[in-house]
Each structure stands twice: as structure tokens, then as C-alpha cells.
Design a protein around this ligand. Sequence first.
Ligand code: AMO
Length: 442
Amino acid sequence: MIKDLAAREDGPVRVAGWVEKVRDQKFVQFVVLRDESGAVQLVNGGVLREPDADNPRSEILLERTSAIAELTLGTFVTVTGELQHNERVKLGGVEIQIDRLEVVTSALPDNPVANDSGIDVRLDWRFLDLRRPEQNLVFRVQTTFEHALRQVWIDRDFIEIHTPKLMASASESRAELFEVDYFEGTAYLAQSPQFYKQMAQSAGFGGVFEIAPAFRADPSFTSRHATEFTSVDTEFSWIDSHEDVMALHEELIVAGLTAVKEQHGEAIQKLFGLEVEVPTRPFPRIPLAEAKQIVKDRGYEVPRADADMDPEGERRIAAYVDEELSHDFVFLTDYDASIRPFYHMRHEGDPALTKSYDLIYRGVEISTGAQREHRVDVLEAQAREKGLEPAELGFYLDFFRYGVPPHGGFGMGLGRVLMLLLKQSSIREVTYLFRGPTRLLP
Ligand code: AMO
């Protein structure tokens, strides 16, 4: 790997990578070669443009000179040569004097992705876009973040589950449901593993987690919505309230960001100009009604008093938390039952409020969590209240008819976390292959 060259001693080496830059000067040629780990400068000091009868290596030198002169950017080559440490070389302090350069696969000369290409061109040519070091880093960060979360779950003895993405009914709002032909009937793409992660509680699994695709037929073109996104889900038993869910949530976020800082802090600083900030625990908690009042007192009224916090409200409450409490995260708690799904548990003393929360990170909702209602009669009544007939919920209600412990969990959008962590303008930048209302390719 190219990144390991600096630690090696001078001497013969063999490297492979993509041609990133060519400087073809009269007496010397330079090539910058990149692989997924880094870049190195190659030098051809034996430039020969005309045959030289006195030079026994004339033919080899001529061939090498013209091969380098003809290299197109993005061509994949292998090179053997002499590694030399040289402090004056900015790129890693080493260079390779080329002995032999072999083109493995050449690139078309008209690379459609230039540095200033717009997001749509870059997404059309995502494989070329992903060759950029900052894009590569996004997915290394994602790998580290997911790994750290998995470690927390595994340390707590949770079980990883893989729930079906083809379903017979909706699991969240019916308005955002993708329908697919399914033999003689219809199936729906899972919007969330909600029902199945709760099923694991009735199945006696204790704690479960899943990191998997979720689908929402949401026609919006915002920077935070995708029609297919990666949902980070967990659910666990024996909780007293949504407080327990928030405590696990904090632990996971802190573990994820600590690992990202340790493993990629320097690279993130270099490529994104950002310091990774690991939040302190506990994260601030503000009941939704109070949060609305705070933003109102600061000059912004959430459009409908009985509605969810809108994006502007989220930005404003986050600004307040940042100013007053110096925190990037805030749990908005105790949402009105009228704006929450039927399966959220309500407060004993105040059934108009749910034991639920949204987690806001740098002004954007990244997660919803709650304690779930586990008493089947209450669950049925809450479903009816939302216009859902218990018969429609068939198998789901059965989970609660054979003994189920109190439980709760959350779902978190992985793309949103990455977007906010790396301060990117859109979820498109941090999704391997983005899916939106007008994008199904590549
Ligand atoms: P909710 O619908 O709030 O809750 O979704 C949870 C989180 O998933 C992410 N998300 C999205 N990300 C990108 N594009 C979308 N279209 C999109 N929709 C949602 C968000 C959101 O906060 N079953 C509950 C979770 C639970 O209670 O366990 C649920 O799905 O980051």
C-alpha cells in the first residue's frame, strides 16, 4: 500500500494505483499515483524523446517516455522502481524512480468528474467521485462508527438480527409506503424493522440490533431525505422508561464518535478541516413543549402548536443548546401522543404525552426512540384512536398476547449522523449510492 512506503527503507519497490497527475517536462517526467491508502510521486529521470544510437537502453527509455506522456488521468498502472526518501518531496517525503511502468487498464481521456462538478454529475459517475480521498474517508468513518456501535451491543450481549424488507403491511406512516407487485398480490418495502425488533422482545432475545436498509416513499428533495436509507435500530427489554433508551443511545453515540476521533481524527482534520467532537454525557434533555416555548421566546413560532418541531425549530433549539449548554446533541422528550405512532407508551400521569424522544444533532433530527406500549388492551385502544383496526395489525398484536417484558428502542438514520459529523451539505455526499425520487441510477 502506498501509505506504507514512507516507513520503508530505500530500495526496489513495486506499487500499483491510479494516475492522478502527470507533469511531462522536457528532461524529467513526474506522475502522482494514488491507491486507496494515499498518493506517491513517481519520477522518470531517463526521459528520451529521440532514438540515441550511443545509448544501449535507447529503446526502453523511448518507450517509457512516450508511455508516460500518453497516460490519461485515472489509468491504472503498476510500477517497479527505486524508492528514495527525499525531504523536499511534499507528498510523504518519498519518491519512486521509475524503472518499469505498465498500463493495466487505461482510462478514457474525458473524465466526466472534475473538481468543480456539481453533485448530480458526481452521483452519475459515483465510482469516479468515490476515488476522491475525502469520499473514501467518509466510508472509512462509517465503517469505524458502525463497528464501535456493534461492539457496545455485543459487549452487552445483544443479538444481531436481519429482519425482512418485504412486508404485508406498513410499519410506519402509510403515506410513505412503497408498494411492489408480489406474485398475485402486493407487498410493501419495510419502512423500519419496528415490528420485528419488538417481536424479538416477545421471543425472549433481550436486546437486539440491526443496521439495514429502510425505505420511505417520501417525495421530498431535502438534504436529509433519501427514499432508501440505512437505519440503525435497537430494541431491548427490562426498561423502566424511555430514560433507559436514551442512556443506551448516548453510550452508543459516544462510543462511535470516540472511535472515529481516535482512528480518523487526523485525516478528518486534514481533508475536512474539522475537529471530531466527542460529546459529554448526559446529553441535554428538553421536553418538546418546553423546547417550543424556548424557540418562541427567541422569536420563532413552530407553525402548528400541536405539531412536531419543524426543521427550523430544530435548528433553533440546537442553537440554544449550543449557546447555553455547549452541546451538539439534545434529546427532545415527551412528544404529544397525537403526533406519535400508536405503539409509543404514554405517561401514566398524562396520557396526552408519550414516553418518547427525538435526538437532534447539530440542528437535525437523527433519531426517534421510545418505550413501547406492551399491554395489548392499551395497545389496541391506542391503535383504534389512530384509525387502525386491530385486525389490520394481526401478527403484531399477537406478540403481546403471550407475555412480553417492558421494552423500548430507537431507530437512527446512519446517513444523517455521517452528514452532520462531517458537516456535509447533504445526505447524498455520505451515501454510497443515493436513492431519491428522481434517482435510481447507477
Ligand atoms: P423515524 O420514522 O423517526 O422512526 O425514523 C428514524 C430515523 O431514521 C431516519 N430517517 C431517514 N433518513 C433518511 N431519509 C429518510 N427518508 C428518513 N426517514 C427517517 C431519521 C429518523 O430520525 N420505528 C421508528 C424508530 C423507533 O422508534 O425505534 C422510526 O422509524 O434519522
